[in-house]
Design a binder for this molecule. Structure first.
Ligand code: ATP
Ligand code: MG
Length: 394
């Protein structure tokens, strides 16, 4: 611990605790991810102790508000709290608690004090620390009452080796598992509401994302592309850098329009998207595909249609929105701040040549027959993969 430092952040990891022998590994990935999220905000020292990771700024001018905000977006963190560091002396602890926690104590009605001693040589035991600090807080903040069962705020004092920590309420973390601990998967990203939410949900489970977007200029505009990049940046604030492929899709869409029976065109298009995504995903060592589909939302998302789309690939397809209502998906998109971007009105390639009467109960063989009407499809697919543009979105 550097001398003169006054405040640190304590991070509680969530499910990592369940991981037994792998725990240390998971914590190392979590610390690496925290470092990345904090990279622009200063230099920090990370110390593991039990299920807590201590994040200590190396320079006392570091803005901990910004650091706490950044850490709120790191998956694998259940909760974080800020703690004041002070000398291991009861008077200092009392003084620190009164000053440091004033802002948190003024708006609440009830509190309790908890004490933890890892230094058993400290002259007061835990109940004595609680009683003494509790009494002093009651004297200073006359509006407060003690409630040991259901307090508005818990004031925690920890007596460690060299210093004491004083902290108030917890801040909820992003939850989930550290990005990169569950392998990689490729998300088919549109400019819509659902696929950014799907990407976020799978990243939350520890998956590192690759993104694939199909663009059909001149039917889709440059602005539609910028919108997708904006969405991916919002997701990347949680997931870390997303390797993104922009696939030119115009030629294939025109071929679908020219050669396939109109009623099957959307499903043929969805199958070709899966095939192209699978090739890119395998090149990128991804183990699954991710889409934003939800049962029954549109004609191409009935369970009949989803079956036809699924059979275009032998990779697992993750559809985390599958059982969600639109308003539930929107609630997540608002939480991760993608909603306002998603509702900007630019054309997606899906909406360019929509059939008037899409099949809602297609049979897989009918869709495959429709698809086989396109001449040189395999060549067009290879060409689309080869001429796709790669960028790194962070
Ligand atoms: P979204 O809100 O994610 O666009 P949606 O309900 O509008 O979903 P569709 O447009 O039918 O549904 O698309 C279904 C899924 O197909 C999307 O969630 C996405 O995963 C994928 N997808 C659609 N359009 C594209 C595209 N242009 N590029 C890549 N993937 C796409
Ligand atoms: Mg869409």
């Amino acid at each position: 611990m550097g001398i003169g430092l006054k405040e640190i952040i304590l991070v509680k990891n969530g499910e990592l605790v369940l991981k037994g022998l792998n725990r240390s590994n998971f914590e190392d990935v979590l610390i690496k991810n925290m470092r990345r999220h904090l990279a622009d905000l200063g230099s920090f020292t990370f110390t593991k102790s039990q299920s807590t990771i201590m994040v200590e700024p190396n320079d006392e001018n570091t803005d901990l508000d910004d650091a706490a905000d950044a850490l709120k977006k790191v998956f694998g963190i259940a909760a974080l709290s800020r703690a004041a560091v002070c000398e291991k002396d009861m008077n200092q602890i009392i003084k620190t608690a009164k000053n440091y926690l004033e802002e948190q104590l003024l708006p609440v009605k009830t509190f309790k004090v908890e004490a933890k001693r890892s230094d058993k040589k400290f002259p007061l035991n835990s109940p004595q620390i609680c009683r003494e600090l509790g009494g002093e807080l009651l004297k200073t903040f006359h509006h407060l009452k003690v409630d040991v069962h259901n307090p508005d705020i818990t004031v925690t004092v920890e007596i460690r080796d060299k210093f004491a920590f004083v902290r108030g309420g917890n801040i909820k973390g992003a939850g989930g598992m550290p990005t990169g601990t569950s392998g990689r998967a490729a998300v088919l990203i549109s400019g819509g509401i659902d696929s950014p939410v799907a990407a976020y949900m799978m990243a939350k489970r520890g998956i590192e994302l690759v993104a694939v977007h199909f663009a059909s200029p001149p039917y889709t505009s440059e602005l539609a592309l910028i919108k997708v990049e904006d969405l991916l940046r919002k997701v990347a604030a949680y997931s870390g850098t997303i390797t993104t492929y922009i696939v030119p899709f115009t030629e294939i869409q025109e071929a679908i329009r020219d050669y396939c029976p109109e009623d099957y065109s959307t499903l043929v298009m969805r199958r070709i998207m899966m095939k192209i995504s699978e090739i890119i995903a395998k090149n990128q060592n991804c183990l699954a595909l991710i889409t934003g589909e939800s049962v029954g939302q549109v004609a191409s998302q009935t369970i009949y249609a989803l079956g036809c789309t699924d059979s275009a690939t032998d990779m697992p397809v993750f559809r985390p929105c599958i059982g969600m209502d639109k308003d539930e998906i929107i609630a997540v998109s608002r939480k991760i701040d993608t909603f306002e971007t998603s509702v900007q009105p630019y054309e997606d390639c899906c909406t360019v040549f929509t059939p008037k009467h899409p099949k809602t109960r297609p049979k897989p063989q009918e869709v495959i027959d429709a698809e086989s009407k396109i001449p040189n499809l395999d060549e067009m697919i290879s060409k689309a993969v080869q001429s796709s543009k790669r960028e790194f979105i962070r």
